[in-house]
Ligand binder design. Structure first.
Ligand SMILES: [Zn+2]
Length: 356
């Protein structure tokens, strides 16, 4: 059985429409009135938007209901789905902790409450029934003030039991006027020994070469192979990996056709730049990770060999995967041990035949 690593999933976009709609029906009279029928809610929630900004607006709907009280519920559903339907062995979940704090508090009180949010998320992701190795990525946000973003970086550094990295989100067109700030905060993150990723080169308005040296992975980054392929050799030399989330670009209007991704994969493979295939917002898209894989095969964007290379790359570039190998190799070791233990044991032999 192949087990997968998911490196780019937002907590806000991870709630599948049916779970969210049921939650509204039970617990939120206003939203239940607004969406009395499931089918029309699913249409509204998953339909493509014209721009990245319009798409990101939708996150606010979910962020508003993900509070200290409800986060354990939403996370338990996320982990259950990821284990049962997506075969995830490893998951990095990302979010902006400030946007889950109580809005009636002052800014400094909300900053203080962020540590509690990190702990709630950390505890809720560790379940015995659905064991997945998880870690958190805390997102700085382009619409939050400097003090809050700095506190997010500092909190990440103080919470290494739960948090592996920092990210920058909120729409890549909005970093330009504050680029120096984000460069400084990424430099701070690296000095605190944090891992780094960042949403850049997702759209044509979000290309900042100044940020690339600070990023260990690049969130999306598809405009690099599409518009600036001359940068690829530098990425390859630095071992920087792209987190490519195929469905997103159709939902945000960034690409018109998924087949445009063929050039992204071809140029990255040619240049030796690793790609991890991710979902970004599996709930919001209603597309789980195995279907992202399958879509890429169906449209002949990649073949099985390339798919496996990307799946391997996801484990290799995972910030908190504690093993040298991906789980398939570990399981193969178990199968081998079972064959050796049982001699001619039928169980071992059957597994060996299946593996052939
Ligand atoms: Zn994202």
């Amino acid at each position: 059985m192949a087990l997968y690593a998911e490196l780019h999933r937002h907590l806000g976009g991870s709630v599948v429409p049916r779970i969210l709609w049921r939650y509204f029906q039970r617990s939120d009279a206003n939203l239940a009135d607004r969406f009395p029928e499931y089918a029309s809610f699913e249409d509204f929630y998953t339909k493509p938007r014209n721009t990245l900004d319009e798409y990101l607006e939708l996150h606010t709907l979910v962020e508003g209901v993900q509070t200290t009280q409800t986060l354990p519920y939403f996370i338990s559903r996320l982990i259950r789905g990821a284990y049962i339907f997506e075969n995830l062995a490893y998951l990095e979940i990302r979010y902006t902790p400030y946007l889950r704090t109580s809005p009636q508090l002052s800014q400094s009180e909300r900053i203080d409450q962020m540590a509690e949010i990190v702990e709630i998320v950390g505890k809720a992701t560790q379940t015995k029934e659905y064991p997945i190795i998880t870690s958190q990525i805390l997102c700085m946000h382009s619409r939050l003030p400097y003090e809050v973003n700095r506190a997010i970086v500092e909190l990440a550094a103080q919470s290494k039991g739960y948090v592996c990295a920092v990210d920058l989100a909120g729409g890549d067109a909005h970093y330009a006027e504050r680029l120096d700030e984000f460069v400084e905060l990424y430099a701070l993150a690296r000095s605190l020994d944090l891992k780094t990723t960042g949403h850049v080169y997702e759209t044509q308005s979000g290309c900042y070469p100044e940020l690339i040296p600070y990023l260990m992975r690049i969130g999306h980054g598809i405009q690099i192979p599409l518009q600036y392929p001359e940068l690829l050799s530098e990425l390859a030399a630095n071992g920087q990996c792209l987190e490519v989330c195929p469905t997103t670009y159709l939902k945000t209007g960034t690409l018109e056709d998924i087949r445009q991704l063929k050039l992204v994969f071809d140029r990255c493979f040619d240049a030796g730049v690793d790609i991890a295939i991710c979902t970004d917002n599996a709930g919001l898209h209603n597309v789980r990770l195995p279907f992202e894989y399958e879509n890429l095969l169906t449209y002949d964007i990649i073949g099985f060999e390339e798919l496996q290379a990307c799946q391997d790359a996801a484990f290799r570039h995972a910030f908190a995967w504690p093993y040298q190998q991906r789980p398939a190799s570990l399981l193969n070791g178990l199968f081998q041990a079972s064959i050796n233990d049982t001699g001619n044991g039928s169980l071992g032999r059957e597994f060996a035949e299946i593996a052939d």
